[in-house]
Structures are given as C-alpha cells and as structure tokens.
Design a protein around this ligand. Structure first.
Ligand code: PLP
Length: 396
C-alpha cells in the first residue's frame, strides 16, 4: 500500500523516520571521524563470549597455525605427545597455578566440553546417589547446573533470585551442614550480577567462574573446585579450565567412566586423550599476556575502572537505567536498558554504525549488555560512553 496524502499520520511518520536516518548517518560519520582520530581500533568488541582477546594473542595464534615453533608444521597438524606440545600444556598449567597462587592440593586440568560438561562432571565426581549438594540459583547457567546435578544425587536450592528475574545475589540463606558441596556461579553472564564477596560455609565451595575467571583476585585455595569455559577471559572456545582440590576426589561409591573421572586426567596431566590443542595453546598465550600485564591484580584494577565508568554513565544518562541491584552489579557483564523501549533499535543501529559490536542484551533479558572482559581496553568503554552521550544530545 502506498502512502496516501490523506494518511497524515503515516506520511508524517515516514518523514520523521527519513529525517532521523539522515541525522543518524551524519552524526555517525562525525563520531567515526572523531573516533578515527583517537582510536587505532576498528571494532569495539563487547561480545559476551566467545569474546575479545588481546591482539597479541590473536597474532601469535595465527602465526602458530601457519608455523608452530619454527617447526615448519602448523599447530593443527602437530602431535600432542610431542615434547613441544607437552611443554605447552605444562606451561599453561604452571601459569594457572602461579596466577591463582594455588597450593599443592589444587590440581589444574584442561578438559574438553565447555562449562556445560562440568555441570554434569562435577556432581558425577563429587556427589553420591543418596547425598545432597547445595546450589545457589542465580541465573540460567546456575539453573542448568542444578538440573544436571539432579541426575546424580539430591539437590538443595540453598537460595534463589529467580522470583525477581535474577536481578540480585541472595544474601541471607543457610546451606545444610551435610551438603557435599555448595555450588555458586560467581558471575551471572546473562543477568549481570556477581557475587562481590564469596560466601563462607563449612561445605566445600564449587564455583562456575566461566565469565569472571582471572578478572579479579580471590582466595582460590578456599575453593574445592573451580571450573570455567575458556572462551571469555582465557582463550578460545573448546577447552575448560578445572581447578580441583584433590582431597575432594575418590570418595564416591559410584563407578565412573574413565574419561569422566578427574583422577585419570590428573594422572595423565590433561593428556588422557587428545586435548583440544589449539584451544589450549590460545589459553597459554592469554595466560602469558595476563602475567606480562601484571597478573590478576592488574586485571582487577582495570576491570573496576571500566565498570565504574560505564555504570556512572548508565546512572547519569537519563535515557538509560541499570537492570540489577546496584550492590550486586557485575564488573564483567554490564546490563542496562533504554527507558524508552522505542529507541532500542535506533541505539543499536547507531552504535553498530560506529563499530561497536556485541551490546545487544541476551534474548531472555533484552536491552543491552556490554561485556568488559580483560582484553577489552578502557578506550572501548570510553567510546561506548561517548556514543551514549551523543545519542542523548543528538537524537532525543
Ligand atoms: N556458565 C556460565 C556462567 C556461562 O556464562 C556460560 C556460557 O556463557 C556457561 C556456563 C556455558 O558455557 P559453555 O557454552 O562453554 O558450555
């Protein structure tokens, strides 16, 4: 149907839309020029995962695919039992130990299968049929971990923020004394909440740290088991980091399939079967980068600064609002909304035109989510903030 002259509302809408588009393009060009002057980066990558990696890591990974260690062979065609690759695995494990300052009881493993496999492998190794494990239900990933644990034993939901759309971290709750372990998700990637302090209970603590591993200092030795998919703060998709206190293992009546038993992986130094060689190598390069930049202490300092700046803008800019309880805000995944829902699409189009990518919120939450992983430079956060400010002045 054409636009009838008498259809004032529709025609007017089209004119405003066209004017907005012209204005958008003009403002986008202006901002891009400013950005080009200030920035050396083409894309500001706020993806939630897989996500931004340090440029040095990308370059070195690409070089290793062409020629690994001047061997004339690609890393992709290199035997995993060779001394060259064995030393990759050894160095990666040693760097995890060093960066996390782990004691001798804590073993470091690089395993296949993504964090979702750990939802199942953890209870399979730690929870007997008639025993109970306690879980904090703080988001979709926590809920998935809970569902998997039910295959192996009883689950006590010690606390939950589900009723309020997972917008806060539970504070007052009790964990049953006899629970074999208490499982938390230290950072809830989808909702943008984070345990600011780790709960102290008499039960061994198990943590899914997929989205905030190596982003902040914690007493890692106080955990019975930590797991994380690599594809956010520590490398490429395809490998999991598992840190486990070996005193937790070997206490079950259940017989475990060989490949599922952590003890076999410990004995074989993460080489029980062919490891995901490329993903392990990218983790090694990322771990080296973290160390060379000043370790987890420095990562935490940078992440605090990035998050503080962005939350300040969200709180001050009248167009935006935060989505979760302030005290529980994540320093890794910053979730926010547009007060006027009609502006969401144009803000996304505008930021996209500037080279800002990955800020669309998870489909179950909507709005926006900016992931501020270790490799994301402060400059990208400042650029996003300047786009939020320009959008306010130019388009409203
Ligand atoms: N746990 C958390 C906190 C996550 O953010 C994710 C993915 O984003 C997962 C688990 C699942 O990870 P994977 O896709 O590696 O199984």
């Amino acid at each position: 149907m054409g636009i009838g002259l008498t259809d004032d509302g529709k025609a007017g809408g089209m004119i405003i839309w066209h004017a907005l588009l012209i204005f958008l393009t003009f403002a986008a060009r202006k901002l891009m020029t400013e950005r080009a002057e200030k920035s050396t980066q083409k894309i500001h990558n706020f993806n939630a995962g897989p996500s931004i990696l340090p440029p040095k890591v990308i370059e070195e990974s690409a070089a290793a695919i062409k020629d690994f260690n001047n061997s004339g062979l690609s890393l992709l065609e290199f035997g995993h039992r060779t001394p060259e690759f064995t030393s990759v695995m050894e160095e990666a494990s040693a760097l995890v130990k060093e960066l996390m300052q782990l004691d001798n009881d804590h073993e470091v493993l690089f395993l296949h299968g993504g964090a979702s496999t750990q939802f199942m492998q953890v209870p399979m190794n730690l929870l007997d049929d008639k025993e109970t494990a306690a879980y904090a239900d703080t988001g979709v990933w926590a809920a998935k971990a809970i569902n998997e644990a039910k295959f192996f034993g009883n689950v006590d939901i010690a606390c939950s923020s589900k009723e309020k759309g997972y917008t806060f971290i539970p504070k007052d709750f009790a964990v049953p004394n006899d629970a074999r372990y208490f499982h938390i998700t230290t950072n809830n990637t989808i909702y943008g909440t984070q345990w600011q302090s780790i709960p102290r209970t008499s039960n061994p603590l198990v943590a899914d740290m997929s989205s905030d591993i190596f982003s902040r200092t914690l007493d890692f030795n106080s955990f019975g088991l930590i797991y994380a998919g690599a594809q956010k703060n520590m490398g490429a998709a395809g490998v999991n980091l598992v840190v486990v206190n070996n005193k937790m293992l070997g206490k079950l009546k259940r017989k475990l399939p060989t490949i599922m038993d952590y003890r076999n992986h410990i004995r074989e130094k993460s080489m029980l079967n062919t490891p995901p060689v490329f993903a392990v190598y990218v983790s090694l390069l990322t771990l080296r980068w973290i160390k060379s930049e000043g370790g987890i202490v420095e990562m935490e300092k940078r992440n605090k600064e990035k998050a503080a700046l962005l939350y300040q803008e969200i709180d001050e800019n009248p167009l935006f609002s935060g989505t979760v309880l302030k005290e529980d805000r994540s320093k890794t995944n910053v979730c926010f909304m547009m007060k006027d829902a009609d502006l969401v699409t144009s803000f996304l189009a505008y930021t996209n035109s500037l080279g800002i990518t990955g800020i669309k919120g998870h489909r179950s939450v909507g709005g926006f989510r900016a992931s501020l992983y270790n490799a994301l430079p402060l400059e990208s956060v400042e650029f996003l903030i300047s786009a939020m400010q320009k959008f306010k002045t130019d388009f409203t």
